[in-house]
Design a protein around this ligand. Structure first.
Ligand code: FMN
Length: 374
């Protein structure tokens, strides 16, 4: 019988489905709800040392609809990291772990380019009993002037230094969360893995402008008539997320065997999750999906993934993790393989073609007839 239970970086997940950092993990109430509904793990909303610098606006979401407005396929947000105090978070991490000791609780952390700050944040969160860290090097909007989030994730040298600080004090696994707003995601990923991070999470949101209101002529989401580019997520980003996960997985396979990958971006179904795993993910995160369908969606995710595994005869996640990775190659190679196949077919056809009636043969009769028919 197939099982969804999986161990990643020594952490025992009852299933590979993890709440992605954002509103679905924004306080202890919703974290406990997620565990109750059956999520294997929860990555809490990103915390920092000084929440007083975090000031959100509203509206801060914008949606892209399809199917005559019936379906949301894209979602932009200009939301910052958590605006709640670290002291409150520390209490809530403890409360969540006490209530759900078997649920994997991951603290998402982000700080300025300052060693003492990062070390203090890591030590305080790990003392609260969280199971692992996700280092947020990827928020595309907000606080670039403080060199936080994507501003740090786009600079592999700085990222490697910061990951080194973190790994110097962290006693638990750490995943570095990558921004997709970069040409080669392998470069910051390699920097984080060189510094000793256990794994990579990919992707955060894609820098975007969701649209312009044709009545007011103002871009959205409109705050006092103005906006700022935000982060794009949901179903529409899945192809980009899959490509980037594939690139990170190839890097891990080649240069960092044994390190982990947590894939995310547009996951809504068990079939989506199966694709992320086939491209090398150990776990699969969902953020916007929970905002669209609620915490209970995890049951459908588990059922669909199990059904896929049973249909294919896979007993564990490891049985098919990365199984589709060998089937990527260069375009030049695709052209070469196609030309080779066509030449082989033409040669076979030529060989099957009877040159005179003496060559007709009872065993090859159908093949010989076919060869003469086009
Ligand atoms: C409203 C909103 C808030 C988010 N806040 C955070 C955050 O605090 N930290 C973080 O690392 N990612 C944050 N994210 C990014 C998600 O964790 C995720 O990387 C991204 O949305 C893609 O996955 P999805 O399509 O499943 O949402 C946020 C996403 C949304 C939609």
């Amino acid at each position: 019988m197939s099982t969804l239970a999986t161990t990643v970086d020594g952490l025992n997940f009852k299933n590979p489905f993890v709440i992605g950092s954002g509103p679905p993990g924004t306080n202890v109430k919703v974290i406990k709800r997620a565990f109750k509904e059956g999520w294997g793990g929860v990555i809490a909303k990103t915390v920092s040392l000084d929440s007083s610098k975090v000031i959100n606006v509203s509206p801060r979401y914008g949606k892209l609809h399809a199917n005559d407005g019936k379906e949301v396929i894209g979602w932009e947000n200009i939301e910052l990291i958590s605006d709640r105090k670290l002291e409150t978070w520390i209490d809530e991490f403890k409360e969540a772990k006490d209530a759900h000791p078997d649920g994997i609780l991951i603290a998402s952390v982000m700080e300025e380019y300052n060693k003492d700050g990062w070390c203090e944040l890591i030590e305080r969160c790990q003392d609260a009993g969280v199971d692992a860290f996700e280092l947020n090097f990827s928020c595309p909007h907000g606080m670039p002037e403080r060199k936080m989030g994507a501003a740090m994730g786009q600079d592999p040298e700085m990222l490697e230094e910061v990951c080194g600080w973190v790994m110097g004090v962290s006693k638990i696994p750490a995943w570095a969360k990558m921004t997709p707003n970069i040409t080669h995601i392998e470069e910051p990923s390699a920097a984080a893995l060189r510094a000793g991070c256990h794994g990579i999470s990919a992707i955060n949101t894609i820098r975007s402008v969701i649209g312009v209101n044709l009545d007011t002529l103002r871009p959205e989401p409109s705050v006092e008539g103005y906006t700022t580019p935000g982060g794009y997520s949901s179903k529409a980003v899945k192809p980009i997320a899959l490509r980037m996960c594939m690139e990170v997985a190839q890097l891990i396979k080649k240069d960092f065997p044994g390190r982990s990958l947590s894939g995310l971006g547009g996951v809504e179904t068990g079939a989506d999750a199966a694709q992320f795993i086939l491209l090398g993910s150990d776990t699969v995160q969902v953020c916007t999906g929970v905002m669209k369908f609620g915490y209970g969606m995890v049951q459908g995710l588990c059922d669909e993934l199990l059904e896929f595994m049973e249909g294919k005869g896979f007993e564990t996640i490891d049985d098919f993790k990365g199984a589709s990775l060998p089937y990527f190659t260069s375009h030049t190679e695709l052209v070469r393989m196609q030309a080779e196949r066509k030449a082989k077919q033409a040669a076979e056809k030529e060989a099957a073609m009877v040159k005179n009636d003496a060559e007709w043969d009872g065993d090859d009769f159908v093949k010989q007839s076919d060869a003469l028919s086009r």
